[in-house]
Design a protein. Structure first.
Length: 585
Protein backbone atom coordinates (compact mmCIF):
# COMPACT_ATOMS: atom_id res chain seq x y z
CA UNK A 1 0.00 0.00 0.00
CA UNK A 2 2.76 2.44 0.89
CA UNK A 3 4.36 2.02 -2.52
CA UNK A 4 1.11 2.93 -4.21
CA UNK A 5 0.76 5.93 -1.88
CA UNK A 6 4.16 7.19 -2.97
CA UNK A 7 3.20 6.86 -6.62
CA UNK A 8 0.05 8.90 -6.05
CA UNK A 9 2.05 11.55 -4.30
CA UNK A 10 4.50 11.77 -7.15
CA UNK A 11 1.73 12.26 -9.67
CA UNK A 12 0.87 15.57 -8.24
CA UNK A 13 3.49 17.43 -10.17
CA UNK A 14 2.77 -9.40 -38.99
CA UNK A 15 -0.25 -11.46 -38.63
CA UNK A 16 -0.90 -13.20 -35.29
CA UNK A 17 0.94 -10.58 -33.35
CA UNK A 18 -0.87 -7.79 -35.21
CA UNK A 19 -4.21 -9.24 -34.24
CA UNK A 20 -3.31 -8.66 -30.58
CA UNK A 21 -2.30 -5.00 -30.88
CA UNK A 22 -4.19 -2.01 -29.50
CA UNK A 23 -2.87 1.23 -31.05
CA UNK A 24 -3.19 4.65 -29.42
CA UNK A 25 -1.58 7.94 -30.41
CA UNK A 26 -1.55 10.42 -27.54
CA UNK A 27 0.81 10.65 -24.56
CA UNK A 28 -0.47 10.88 -20.99
CA UNK A 29 1.97 11.86 -18.22
CA UNK A 30 2.13 13.78 -14.96
CA UNK A 31 0.86 17.35 -15.04
CA UNK A 32 2.95 20.41 -14.37
CA UNK A 33 6.22 19.25 -15.91
CA UNK A 34 9.10 21.70 -16.06
CA UNK A 35 9.67 23.71 -19.22
CA UNK A 36 12.58 22.72 -21.44
CA UNK A 37 14.74 25.07 -23.46
CA UNK A 38 13.18 23.87 -26.72
CA UNK A 39 9.60 24.64 -25.66
CA UNK A 40 7.30 27.61 -26.15
CA UNK A 41 4.55 28.65 -23.73
CA UNK A 42 1.52 29.46 -25.87
CA UNK A 43 -0.47 30.41 -22.80
CA UNK A 44 -0.40 29.69 -19.07
CA UNK A 45 -3.18 32.09 -17.94
CA UNK A 46 -1.00 33.43 -15.14
CA UNK A 47 -1.35 37.00 -16.39
CA UNK A 48 -5.15 36.78 -16.58
CA UNK A 49 -7.48 37.98 -13.84
CA UNK A 50 -9.33 35.35 -11.86
CA UNK A 51 -13.10 35.18 -11.83
CA UNK A 52 -15.94 34.42 -14.19
CA UNK A 53 -15.93 36.05 -17.65
CA UNK A 54 -12.59 37.75 -17.16
CA UNK A 55 -10.12 37.79 -20.07
CA UNK A 56 -8.71 34.36 -20.82
CA UNK A 57 -5.86 35.38 -23.09
CA UNK A 58 -8.08 35.12 -26.19
CA UNK A 59 -9.25 31.56 -25.51
CA UNK A 60 -12.97 31.06 -25.98
CA UNK A 61 -15.49 28.27 -26.46
CA UNK A 62 -17.18 27.03 -29.63
CA UNK A 63 -20.09 24.66 -30.05
CA UNK A 64 -23.32 24.48 -28.06
CA UNK A 65 -23.72 24.33 -24.34
CA UNK A 66 -21.47 26.87 -22.56
CA UNK A 67 -22.89 27.68 -19.12
CA UNK A 68 -20.05 29.56 -17.44
CA UNK A 69 -16.45 30.45 -18.10
CA UNK A 70 -13.53 32.26 -16.52
CA UNK A 71 -10.10 32.10 -14.95
CA UNK A 72 -9.41 30.19 -11.75
CA UNK A 73 -6.50 29.99 -9.34
CA UNK A 74 -6.88 26.20 -9.40
CA UNK A 75 -4.98 25.45 -12.58
CA UNK A 76 -2.42 22.71 -12.89
CA UNK A 77 0.32 25.31 -12.30
CA UNK A 78 -0.99 28.58 -10.89
CA UNK A 79 -4.00 30.02 -12.71
CA UNK A 80 -5.99 28.17 -15.32
CA UNK A 81 -9.12 28.67 -17.41
CA UNK A 82 -12.44 26.85 -17.23
CA UNK A 83 -15.69 26.42 -19.12
CA UNK A 84 -18.77 24.79 -17.70
CA UNK A 85 -20.74 23.05 -20.41
CA UNK A 86 -24.01 21.24 -21.05
CA UNK A 87 -23.83 18.39 -23.51
CA UNK A 88 -26.34 18.65 -26.31
CA UNK A 89 -25.93 17.43 -29.87
CA UNK A 90 -22.40 18.23 -30.99
CA UNK A 91 -18.75 18.23 -30.10
CA UNK A 92 -17.54 21.18 -28.09
CA UNK A 93 -14.23 22.82 -27.37
CA UNK A 94 -12.02 25.83 -26.77
CA UNK A 95 -9.71 27.67 -29.14
CA UNK A 96 -7.25 30.53 -29.33
CA UNK A 97 -8.76 33.40 -31.34
CA UNK A 98 -5.58 35.46 -31.63
CA UNK A 99 -3.45 35.60 -34.79
CA UNK A 100 -2.07 32.36 -36.15
CA UNK A 101 1.25 31.13 -34.75
CA UNK A 102 4.40 29.82 -36.36
CA UNK A 103 4.85 26.35 -34.85
CA UNK A 104 7.08 24.97 -37.60
CA UNK A 105 10.04 24.59 -35.19
CA UNK A 106 8.09 22.32 -32.85
CA UNK A 107 6.93 18.72 -32.76
CA UNK A 108 3.66 19.00 -30.88
CA UNK A 109 1.41 20.70 -28.34
CA UNK A 110 0.83 19.66 -24.75
CA UNK A 111 -2.05 20.71 -22.55
CA UNK A 112 -2.84 20.28 -18.87
CA UNK A 113 -6.56 19.51 -18.59
CA UNK A 114 -9.32 17.71 -16.75
CA UNK A 115 -13.09 17.24 -17.08
CA UNK A 116 -15.02 17.38 -13.82
CA UNK A 117 -18.44 15.74 -13.89
CA UNK A 118 -21.41 17.88 -12.92
CA UNK A 119 -25.18 17.50 -12.51
CA UNK A 120 -26.54 14.53 -14.41
CA UNK A 121 -23.26 13.88 -16.22
CA UNK A 122 -22.59 10.50 -17.74
CA UNK A 123 -20.66 9.26 -20.72
CA UNK A 124 -17.17 8.76 -22.07
CA UNK A 125 -15.34 12.07 -22.52
CA UNK A 126 -12.64 12.19 -25.20
CA UNK A 127 -10.24 14.98 -26.12
CA UNK A 128 -8.33 15.79 -29.29
CA UNK A 129 -6.30 18.70 -30.65
CA UNK A 130 -7.08 20.39 -33.93
CA UNK A 131 -5.32 23.06 -35.98
CA UNK A 132 -7.07 25.45 -38.34
CA UNK A 133 -5.25 26.80 -41.37
CA UNK A 134 -5.84 30.28 -42.76
CA UNK A 135 -7.86 28.79 -45.65
CA UNK A 136 -10.30 27.14 -43.23
CA UNK A 137 -8.84 23.65 -43.54
CA UNK A 138 -8.77 21.71 -40.25
CA UNK A 139 -6.28 19.02 -39.23
CA UNK A 140 -6.81 16.91 -36.11
CA UNK A 141 -5.19 14.26 -33.94
CA UNK A 142 -7.00 11.12 -32.78
CA UNK A 143 -9.03 11.53 -29.58
CA UNK A 144 -8.22 9.94 -26.23
CA UNK A 145 -10.09 9.65 -22.94
CA UNK A 146 -9.76 12.61 -20.58
CA UNK A 147 -9.76 12.06 -16.83
CA UNK A 148 -11.26 14.04 -13.95
CA UNK A 149 -7.86 15.04 -12.53
CA UNK A 150 -5.26 17.27 -14.16
CA UNK A 151 -3.10 15.30 -16.58
CA UNK A 152 -0.73 16.44 -19.29
CA UNK A 153 -1.87 15.44 -22.78
CA UNK A 154 0.74 15.73 -25.52
CA UNK A 155 -0.42 15.84 -29.14
CA UNK A 156 2.26 15.11 -31.71
CA UNK A 157 2.08 16.96 -35.02
CA UNK A 158 3.01 13.74 -36.82
CA UNK A 159 -0.40 12.37 -35.75
CA UNK A 160 -2.38 15.18 -37.41
CA UNK A 161 -4.74 14.08 -40.18
CA UNK A 162 -6.85 16.15 -42.57
CA UNK A 163 -10.37 16.41 -41.15
CA UNK A 164 -12.06 19.08 -43.26
CA UNK A 165 -11.19 21.30 -46.19
CA UNK A 166 -8.59 20.56 -48.82
CA UNK A 167 -5.59 22.70 -47.93
CA UNK A 168 -2.16 21.58 -46.73
CA UNK A 169 -0.92 21.43 -43.14
CA UNK A 170 0.89 24.73 -42.60
CA UNK A 171 2.53 24.77 -39.17
CA UNK A 172 3.84 28.28 -39.85
CA UNK A 173 0.26 29.63 -39.93
CA UNK A 174 -1.90 27.65 -37.53
CA UNK A 175 -4.53 28.28 -34.86
CA UNK A 176 -4.77 25.73 -32.05
CA UNK A 177 -7.95 24.41 -30.49
CA UNK A 178 -8.97 21.51 -28.26
CA UNK A 179 -12.14 19.55 -28.93
CA UNK A 180 -14.21 17.49 -26.51
CA UNK A 181 -15.94 14.97 -28.71
CA UNK A 182 -19.62 14.32 -28.46
CA UNK A 183 -20.13 10.59 -27.93
CA UNK A 184 -22.66 9.39 -25.39
CA UNK A 185 -22.37 12.29 -22.92
CA UNK A 186 -25.35 13.85 -21.18
CA UNK A 187 -25.64 16.39 -18.38
CA UNK A 188 -23.17 19.01 -17.26
CA UNK A 189 -19.40 19.04 -16.89
CA UNK A 190 -16.60 21.52 -16.33
CA UNK A 191 -13.55 21.60 -18.58
CA UNK A 192 -10.43 23.02 -16.86
CA UNK A 193 -7.31 23.70 -18.91
CA UNK A 194 -3.88 25.25 -18.37
CA UNK A 195 -0.27 25.32 -19.61
CA UNK A 196 -0.61 25.15 -23.39
CA UNK A 197 2.96 24.53 -24.55
CA UNK A 198 4.59 23.80 -27.92
CA UNK A 199 7.42 21.32 -27.59
CA UNK A 200 10.26 19.88 -29.64
CA UNK A 201 10.22 16.38 -28.19
CA UNK A 202 13.56 15.25 -29.50
CA UNK A 203 15.36 18.50 -28.77
CA UNK A 204 17.22 20.59 -31.29
CA UNK A 205 19.62 17.78 -32.30
CA UNK A 206 17.23 14.83 -31.91
CA UNK A 207 17.37 11.90 -29.52
CA UNK A 208 20.83 10.36 -29.32
CA UNK A 209 22.10 8.16 -26.49
CA UNK A 210 25.15 5.93 -26.16
CA UNK A 211 25.62 2.42 -24.77
CA UNK A 212 27.45 2.16 -21.45
CA UNK A 213 29.91 -0.30 -19.96
CA UNK A 214 28.37 -1.83 -16.83
CA UNK A 215 30.17 -2.49 -13.61
CA UNK A 216 29.36 -5.93 -12.23
CA UNK A 217 26.40 -6.07 -9.82
CA UNK A 218 27.60 -5.57 -6.23
CA UNK A 219 28.59 -8.41 -3.92
CA UNK A 220 28.97 -11.00 -6.66
CA UNK A 221 25.21 -11.13 -7.30
CA UNK A 222 23.97 -12.12 -10.73
CA UNK A 223 21.35 -9.35 -10.86
CA UNK A 224 21.03 -5.76 -9.73
CA UNK A 225 17.58 -4.54 -10.80
CA UNK A 226 15.94 -1.14 -10.63
CA UNK A 227 12.30 -0.08 -10.75
CA UNK A 228 11.70 3.17 -12.62
CA UNK A 229 8.85 5.27 -13.92
CA UNK A 230 9.75 7.19 -17.10
CA UNK A 231 8.10 10.56 -16.58
CA UNK A 232 10.07 12.72 -19.04
CA UNK A 233 13.03 10.32 -19.32
CA UNK A 234 12.16 9.44 -22.93
CA UNK A 235 11.38 12.99 -24.05
CA UNK A 236 14.99 14.05 -24.64
CA UNK A 237 18.43 12.47 -24.69
CA UNK A 238 19.90 13.84 -21.46
CA UNK A 239 17.63 12.11 -18.89
CA UNK A 240 17.81 8.84 -20.82
CA UNK A 241 21.60 8.94 -20.83
CA UNK A 242 21.62 9.84 -17.13
CA UNK A 243 19.67 6.66 -16.36
CA UNK A 244 22.06 4.51 -18.41
CA UNK A 245 25.07 6.16 -16.77
CA UNK A 246 23.65 5.37 -13.33
CA UNK A 247 23.13 1.76 -14.41
CA UNK A 248 26.79 1.62 -15.43
CA UNK A 249 28.04 2.93 -12.07
CA UNK A 250 25.69 0.79 -10.00
CA UNK A 251 25.96 -2.44 -11.99
CA UNK A 252 22.24 -2.36 -12.82
CA UNK A 253 21.62 -5.00 -15.48
CA UNK A 254 17.83 -5.16 -15.25
CA UNK A 255 15.22 -2.40 -15.49
CA UNK A 256 11.55 -2.67 -14.57
CA UNK A 257 10.03 0.06 -16.71
CA UNK A 258 6.68 1.33 -15.43
CA UNK A 259 6.06 3.30 -18.60
CA UNK A 260 2.80 2.04 -20.02
CA UNK A 261 1.58 5.62 -20.45
CA UNK A 262 4.31 6.02 -23.07
CA UNK A 263 3.69 2.85 -25.06
CA UNK A 264 -0.08 3.23 -24.65
CA UNK A 265 -0.59 6.93 -25.27
CA UNK A 266 2.81 8.23 -26.32
CA UNK A 267 3.44 10.43 -29.28
CA UNK A 268 5.25 8.94 -32.25
CA UNK A 269 8.42 10.70 -31.14
CA UNK A 270 8.24 9.45 -27.56
CA UNK A 271 7.56 5.88 -28.67
CA UNK A 272 10.51 6.00 -31.04
CA UNK A 273 12.71 7.34 -28.24
CA UNK A 274 11.58 4.54 -25.94
CA UNK A 275 12.44 1.94 -28.56
CA UNK A 276 15.85 3.55 -29.03
CA UNK A 277 16.37 3.48 -25.28
CA UNK A 278 15.48 -0.21 -25.03
CA UNK A 279 17.79 -1.04 -27.93
CA UNK A 280 20.64 0.95 -26.38
CA UNK A 281 20.06 -0.68 -23.00
CA UNK A 282 20.28 -4.09 -24.67
CA UNK A 283 23.56 -3.05 -26.32
CA UNK A 284 24.78 -2.21 -22.81
CA UNK A 285 23.83 -5.62 -21.41
CA UNK A 286 20.70 -4.36 -19.62
CA UNK A 287 17.45 -6.35 -19.70
CA UNK A 288 14.33 -4.15 -19.88
CA UNK A 289 10.94 -5.41 -18.71
CA UNK A 290 7.60 -3.66 -19.30
CA UNK A 291 5.96 -3.22 -15.91
CA UNK A 292 2.33 -2.50 -15.10
CA UNK A 293 -0.42 -3.46 -12.73
CA UNK A 294 -3.14 -2.39 -10.34
CA UNK A 295 -4.53 -3.56 -7.04
CA UNK A 296 -7.70 -4.99 -8.63
CA UNK A 297 -6.40 -6.60 -11.82
CA UNK A 298 -7.04 -10.06 -10.39
CA UNK A 299 -10.73 -9.26 -10.83
CA UNK A 300 -10.59 -8.64 -14.59
CA UNK A 301 -8.59 -10.74 -17.05
CA UNK A 302 -9.28 -8.22 -19.82
CA UNK A 303 -7.13 -5.57 -18.11
CA UNK A 304 -4.14 -7.87 -18.41
CA UNK A 305 -4.80 -8.60 -22.09
CA UNK A 306 -5.30 -4.91 -22.87
CA UNK A 307 -1.97 -3.94 -21.36
CA UNK A 308 -0.21 -6.75 -23.18
CA UNK A 309 -1.75 -5.45 -26.41
CA UNK A 310 -0.30 -2.04 -25.70
CA UNK A 311 3.18 -3.40 -25.11
CA UNK A 312 3.05 -5.46 -28.28
CA UNK A 313 2.07 -2.31 -30.18
CA UNK A 314 5.58 -1.10 -29.41
CA UNK A 315 7.02 -4.31 -30.82
CA UNK A 316 5.02 -4.32 -34.03
CA UNK A 317 6.14 -0.79 -34.87
CA UNK A 318 9.50 -2.30 -35.87
CA UNK A 319 8.68 -5.89 -36.88
CA UNK A 320 12.13 -6.50 -38.33
CA UNK A 321 14.01 -5.45 -35.20
CA UNK A 322 13.60 -7.48 -32.03
CA UNK A 323 16.43 -5.61 -30.32
CA UNK A 324 14.04 -2.81 -29.36
CA UNK A 325 11.43 -5.17 -27.87
CA UNK A 326 10.87 -5.59 -24.14
CA UNK A 327 12.29 -8.77 -22.65
CA UNK A 328 9.41 -9.58 -20.32
CA UNK A 329 6.10 -8.50 -18.86
CA UNK A 330 6.54 -7.60 -15.19
CA UNK A 331 3.26 -7.66 -13.27
CA UNK A 332 3.14 -5.26 -10.34
CA UNK A 333 -0.31 -6.40 -9.25
CA UNK A 334 -0.49 -5.73 -5.52
CA UNK A 335 -3.80 -7.42 -4.80
CA UNK A 336 -3.13 -7.37 -1.05
CA UNK A 337 -3.67 -3.60 -1.10
CA UNK A 338 -7.17 -3.85 -2.60
CA UNK A 339 -10.23 -3.18 -0.46
CA UNK A 340 -11.54 -6.66 -1.19
CA UNK A 341 -8.47 -8.14 0.48
CA UNK A 342 -8.91 -6.08 3.62
CA UNK A 343 -12.62 -6.79 3.68
CA UNK A 344 -12.11 -10.56 3.46
CA UNK A 345 -13.40 -12.17 6.63
CA UNK A 346 -10.84 -14.95 6.88
CA UNK A 347 -8.00 -16.75 5.15
CA UNK A 348 -10.43 -18.56 2.85
CA UNK A 349 -11.63 -15.22 1.52
CA UNK A 350 -8.09 -13.99 0.97
CA UNK A 351 -7.13 -17.31 -0.61
CA UNK A 352 -9.83 -16.87 -3.26
CA UNK A 353 -8.40 -13.45 -4.16
CA UNK A 354 -4.96 -15.05 -4.50
CA UNK A 355 -6.47 -17.73 -6.74
CA UNK A 356 -8.07 -15.03 -8.87
CA UNK A 357 -4.60 -13.50 -9.20
CA UNK A 358 -3.17 -16.82 -10.36
CA UNK A 359 -6.06 -17.31 -12.82
CA UNK A 360 -6.58 -13.83 -14.26
CA UNK A 361 -3.09 -12.40 -14.12
CA UNK A 362 -0.49 -15.15 -14.36
CA UNK A 363 -2.17 -17.96 -16.32
CA UNK A 364 -4.27 -15.57 -18.39
CA UNK A 365 -1.20 -13.45 -19.16
CA UNK A 366 0.85 -16.46 -20.22
CA UNK A 367 -1.89 -17.88 -22.40
CA UNK A 368 -2.50 -14.54 -24.06
CA UNK A 369 1.18 -13.96 -24.83
CA UNK A 370 1.35 -17.44 -26.35
CA UNK A 371 -1.75 -16.73 -28.44
CA UNK A 372 -0.14 -13.52 -29.68
CA UNK A 373 2.96 -15.35 -30.89
CA UNK A 374 5.05 -14.19 -27.91
CA UNK A 375 5.88 -17.52 -26.29
CA UNK A 376 9.47 -16.43 -25.78
CA UNK A 377 8.43 -13.35 -23.77
CA UNK A 378 8.82 -14.04 -20.07
CA UNK A 379 6.50 -13.11 -17.20
CA UNK A 380 7.96 -11.82 -13.95
CA UNK A 381 6.24 -10.43 -10.86
CA UNK A 382 6.84 -8.62 -7.62
CA UNK A 383 5.25 -9.85 -4.41
CA UNK A 384 5.02 -8.62 -0.87
CA UNK A 385 7.23 -10.42 1.63
CA UNK A 386 5.64 -12.55 4.30
CA UNK A 387 2.35 -13.67 2.85
CA UNK A 388 2.90 -17.07 4.45
CA UNK A 389 4.44 -15.80 7.68
CA UNK A 390 1.46 -13.57 8.54
CA UNK A 391 -2.28 -13.95 8.77
CA UNK A 392 -2.53 -13.41 5.02
CA UNK A 393 -1.91 -16.85 3.48
CA UNK A 394 -0.19 -18.93 6.16
CA UNK A 395 -1.37 -22.33 4.94
CA UNK A 396 -0.69 -24.39 1.82
CA UNK A 397 -3.71 -24.74 -0.45
CA UNK A 398 -4.81 -26.81 -3.43
CA UNK A 399 -4.62 -25.18 -6.85
CA UNK A 400 -4.58 -26.92 -10.24
CA UNK A 401 -3.93 -30.28 -8.60
CA UNK A 402 -1.03 -29.16 -6.37
CA UNK A 403 -1.08 -28.32 -2.67
CA UNK A 404 1.64 -25.87 -1.67
CA UNK A 405 2.22 -22.40 -0.31
CA UNK A 406 1.11 -19.41 -2.36
CA UNK A 407 4.63 -18.49 -3.48
CA UNK A 408 5.10 -22.06 -4.69
CA UNK A 409 2.06 -21.68 -6.94
CA UNK A 410 3.44 -18.40 -8.27
CA UNK A 411 6.76 -20.06 -9.07
CA UNK A 412 4.88 -22.57 -11.21
CA UNK A 413 3.60 -19.86 -13.56
CA UNK A 414 6.27 -17.14 -13.70
CA UNK A 415 9.88 -16.92 -14.74
CA UNK A 416 11.08 -14.83 -11.81
CA UNK A 417 9.89 -13.22 -8.58
CA UNK A 418 11.09 -10.03 -6.91
CA UNK A 419 10.14 -9.93 -3.24
CA UNK A 420 9.38 -6.43 -1.98
CA UNK A 421 11.29 -6.88 1.26
CA UNK A 422 11.77 -3.23 2.13
CA UNK A 423 13.54 -2.99 5.47
CA UNK A 424 16.74 -1.23 6.41
CA UNK A 425 18.86 -3.81 8.24
CA UNK A 426 20.51 -7.11 7.35
CA UNK A 427 18.92 -9.02 10.23
CA UNK A 428 15.49 -7.53 9.53
CA UNK A 429 15.82 -8.42 5.86
CA UNK A 430 16.66 -12.01 6.76
CA UNK A 431 13.61 -12.18 9.01
CA UNK A 432 11.42 -10.95 6.18
CA UNK A 433 12.78 -13.21 3.46
CA UNK A 434 14.02 -16.48 4.95
CA UNK A 435 10.74 -18.27 4.16
CA UNK A 436 10.74 -17.09 0.55
CA UNK A 437 14.40 -18.03 0.09
CA UNK A 438 13.72 -21.51 1.44
CA UNK A 439 10.74 -21.92 -0.87
CA UNK A 440 12.86 -20.85 -3.85
CA UNK A 441 15.61 -23.26 -2.85
CA UNK A 442 13.11 -26.12 -2.54
CA UNK A 443 11.85 -25.34 -6.05
CA UNK A 444 15.37 -25.10 -7.46
CA UNK A 445 14.64 -21.46 -8.34
CA UNK A 446 16.04 -18.04 -7.46
CA UNK A 447 14.41 -14.82 -6.34
CA UNK A 448 15.38 -11.17 -6.17
CA UNK A 449 14.97 -9.24 -2.95
CA UNK A 450 13.85 -5.64 -2.81
CA UNK A 451 15.59 -2.73 -1.09
CA UNK A 452 14.11 0.76 -0.77
CA UNK A 453 16.32 3.82 -1.20
CA UNK A 454 13.72 6.58 -1.32
CA UNK A 455 12.20 8.38 1.68
CA UNK A 456 8.62 7.57 2.67
CA UNK A 457 6.22 9.67 4.74
CA UNK A 458 6.64 9.17 8.51
CA UNK A 459 3.08 7.88 8.76
CA UNK A 460 3.91 4.81 6.68
CA UNK A 461 4.93 1.80 8.79
CA UNK A 462 8.30 1.18 7.20
CA UNK A 463 11.83 2.52 7.52
CA UNK A 464 13.83 2.72 4.30
CA UNK A 465 17.55 3.17 3.80
CA UNK A 466 16.90 6.74 2.68
CA UNK A 467 15.39 7.44 6.10
CA UNK A 468 18.96 7.12 7.40
CA UNK A 469 19.85 10.19 5.31
CA UNK A 470 22.41 11.60 4.76
CA UNK A 471 24.03 8.14 4.90
CA UNK A 472 21.20 6.18 3.28
CA UNK A 473 23.22 4.87 0.35
CA UNK A 474 26.09 3.82 2.59
CA UNK A 475 23.67 2.16 5.01
CA UNK A 476 22.21 0.18 2.12
CA UNK A 477 25.62 -0.80 0.78
CA UNK A 478 26.82 -2.11 4.14
CA UNK A 479 23.54 -3.80 5.10
CA UNK A 480 23.06 -5.61 1.80
CA UNK A 481 26.62 -6.90 1.91
CA UNK A 482 26.20 -8.03 5.52
CA UNK A 483 22.98 -9.80 4.56
CA UNK A 484 24.94 -12.14 2.31
CA UNK A 485 27.05 -13.27 5.27
CA UNK A 486 23.92 -14.28 7.20
CA UNK A 487 22.67 -16.71 4.56
CA UNK A 488 23.12 -20.45 4.57
CA UNK A 489 24.57 -21.92 1.36
CA UNK A 490 21.13 -22.97 0.11
CA UNK A 491 19.62 -19.54 0.74
CA UNK A 492 22.58 -17.80 -0.84
CA UNK A 493 22.19 -19.96 -3.94
CA UNK A 494 18.47 -19.09 -4.07
CA UNK A 495 19.09 -15.32 -4.14
CA UNK A 496 19.87 -13.87 -7.56
CA UNK A 497 20.38 -10.32 -6.32
CA UNK A 498 18.66 -7.15 -5.21
CA UNK A 499 16.10 -4.90 -6.88
CA UNK A 500 16.14 -1.26 -5.81
CA UNK A 501 13.01 0.83 -5.40
CA UNK A 502 13.31 3.17 -7.17
CA UNK A 503 15.37 5.11 -9.75
CA UNK A 504 14.83 8.67 -8.53
CA UNK A 505 15.77 7.70 -4.97
CA UNK A 506 18.90 5.87 -6.08
CA UNK A 507 19.91 8.75 -8.35
CA UNK A 508 19.60 11.16 -5.42
CA UNK A 509 21.39 8.98 -2.88
CA UNK A 510 24.18 7.35 -4.89
CA UNK A 511 27.62 9.04 -4.99
CA UNK A 512 28.47 10.75 -8.28
CA UNK A 513 31.29 10.61 -9.09
CA UNK A 514 31.84 7.27 -7.44
CA UNK A 515 35.27 5.88 -6.60
CA UNK A 516 36.01 2.23 -7.31
CA UNK A 517 37.69 2.12 -3.90
CA UNK A 518 34.71 3.54 -1.98
CA UNK A 519 33.64 0.10 -0.82
CA UNK A 520 31.10 1.24 1.76
CA UNK A 521 29.48 3.92 -0.38
CA UNK A 522 30.02 6.82 2.01
CA UNK A 523 31.67 9.09 -0.60
CA UNK A 524 35.20 8.83 0.70
CA UNK A 525 38.01 6.26 0.61
CA UNK A 526 39.36 5.79 4.10
CA UNK A 527 40.49 3.16 6.60
CA UNK A 528 37.02 1.57 6.69
CA UNK A 529 37.34 0.84 3.00
CA UNK A 530 40.90 -0.40 3.51
CA UNK A 531 39.74 -2.88 6.17
CA UNK A 532 37.27 -4.27 3.64
CA UNK A 533 39.88 -4.36 0.91
CA UNK A 534 42.71 -5.92 2.92
CA UNK A 535 40.49 -8.80 4.04
CA UNK A 536 40.07 -9.76 0.38
CA UNK A 537 43.71 -9.36 -0.69
CA UNK A 538 44.54 -12.96 -1.62
CA UNK A 539 46.82 -12.63 -4.64
CA UNK A 540 46.61 -13.71 -8.28
CA UNK A 541 46.15 -17.41 -7.55
CA UNK A 542 42.78 -16.92 -5.89
CA UNK A 543 39.74 -16.09 -8.01
CA UNK A 544 37.68 -13.29 -6.49
CA UNK A 545 34.21 -14.57 -5.62
CA UNK A 546 31.19 -13.31 -3.74
CA UNK A 547 31.80 -10.21 -1.67
CA UNK A 548 35.46 -10.12 -2.70
CA UNK A 549 34.48 -9.21 -6.26
CA UNK A 550 33.91 -5.63 -5.10
CA UNK A 551 37.58 -5.46 -4.05
CA UNK A 552 38.83 -6.48 -7.49
CA UNK A 553 39.30 -2.83 -8.42
CA UNK A 554 40.91 -3.44 -11.81
CA UNK A 555 38.49 -6.20 -12.80
CA UNK A 556 41.08 -8.87 -13.63
CA UNK A 557 39.35 -11.56 -11.56
CA UNK A 558 41.57 -11.48 -8.49
CA UNK A 559 42.42 -9.10 -5.65
CA UNK A 560 46.15 -8.48 -5.99
CA UNK A 561 48.88 -5.93 -5.34
CA UNK A 562 47.79 -4.22 -8.55
CA UNK A 563 44.47 -3.51 -6.87
CA UNK A 564 46.34 -2.35 -3.77
CA UNK A 565 48.33 0.12 -5.85
CA UNK A 566 45.10 1.48 -7.32
CA UNK A 567 43.54 1.67 -3.86
CA UNK A 568 46.47 3.79 -2.65
CA UNK A 569 46.04 6.19 -5.56
CA UNK A 570 42.31 6.47 -4.82
CA UNK A 571 42.74 6.94 -1.06
CA UNK A 572 41.37 10.28 0.18
CA UNK A 573 40.94 9.96 3.93
CA UNK A 574 37.77 10.22 5.97
CA UNK A 575 35.19 12.78 4.89
CA UNK A 576 36.99 13.79 1.69
CA UNK A 577 34.98 13.32 -1.50
CA UNK A 578 37.58 13.64 -4.23
CA UNK A 579 37.58 11.18 -7.14
CA UNK A 580 40.34 11.48 -9.69
CA UNK A 581 39.57 10.23 -13.19
CA UNK A 582 41.59 7.04 -12.76
CA UNK A 583 39.42 6.04 -9.80
CA UNK A 584 36.00 6.76 -11.21
CA UNK A 585 33.66 3.90 -11.87
Amino acid sequence: MWRMTIRLMRRLRLSLRKSCVLLSMIFLAGAGSSLLADELIITDFNSASTGSYNPRENWSAFGNGTLDRGVTNSGSVGRGAYHSIRWEDSSWGVGNREATRDLSAYDGIRLDARLEEGDGYSGTPRLRMAMNMTDGTEWSTPAVPISDVFETYSFDFSDLALRSGSGPLDLANATVKFILEKNDQTGRARFDFDEVVAYAAGGPVGYSINPVVLNSPPDGDAIRALWFYPGTIFDTSAPSQELLDLCAREGVNRLYCGGYSVWTLGTATQKENMRTFVETAHASGIRVEAMFGGSDWQEDAQKVRTKIDQVLAMHTATPGNSNDDFDAIHFDVEFWTDDSWHDAADEAGRRQIAIDYLDNVLINGRNYLDACGESDMEITVDLSAHHENSNHLPNPFLYNGTTQYFIGHVFDYVDEIAVMSYIDSASGLLGWTSFELDQAAAKGRTIQLGADIQPVPPALPINTFADNSPTGYSAMTVSLEEFHTLLSPSRLAAMSGFAIFQYTGLLTEAPDPYSVADLDGDEDVDLDDYAHFSAALDGPAVVAEGLDIDDDLDGDGAVTLLDFALFVRCYTGSGINSVVQECRR
